[in-house]
Design a protein around this ligand. Sequence first.
Ligand SMILES: N[C@@H](CCC(=O)N[C@@H](CS)C(=O)NCC(=O)O)C(=O)O
Length: 202
Amino acid sequence: MKLYDSKLAPNPRRVRIFLAEKGIDVPTVQVDIAKAENRGAEFLAKNPLGGVPILELDDGTVIAESVAICRYFEETNPRPPLLGTDAKDRALVEMWQRRMEFEIALPIMQVFRNTHDFFKGRIPQVPEYGEVCRKAAESRMKWLDAELAGRSFVAGDRYTIADITLLVGIDFGRVSNLRIAPDLANLQRWYGEVSSRPSAKA
Ligand SMILES: N[C@@H](CCC(=O)N[C@@H](CS)C(=O)NCC(=O)O)C(=O)O
């Protein structure tokens, strides 16, 4: 089994944190996206969409999409559960994971993709759209701050994949000068707690 990873990119970090929380060690191959290695023929043969991370199993199966890779490891190594514990909890964790991904992490990544020099000449950029996404991410953080008033973690009282997606999204905001506003006390408290877990170094 091999995890195709990219040290500086946010989506692979989601999988690395997930593995660190579970204490799973997986051999990795570094893919240099700055040199567009993920757009070369060898990588595209494994994932025609070109995104990292991907997990290649010993039988040659390639699993792309960070959450799908995490799902695989949740099934093979159920403890500690990071995707929910019973029908209701699994549904709630999925709800929050999707919300963190679509409402916060993706807008933050779109700010980067549409405004940063890294993607200049690589993809069509629409800086105005990047700024719309910045506002959307800021507004969603405000909403989330109110949600976090009554609980420790995003999906309840247990750390889950929803916390991982949010942490990685927020940390990635730094490259676009997008941070948690100082007055969002609940989100700041949450950030301090999840950032101090050893897995956050992954
Ligand atoms: N939905 C995919 C997104 C994969 C993705 O877009 N990965 C980024 C890194 S965070 C990438 O490969 N970017 C370089 C590129 O698209 O060329 C996932 O969750 O794994």
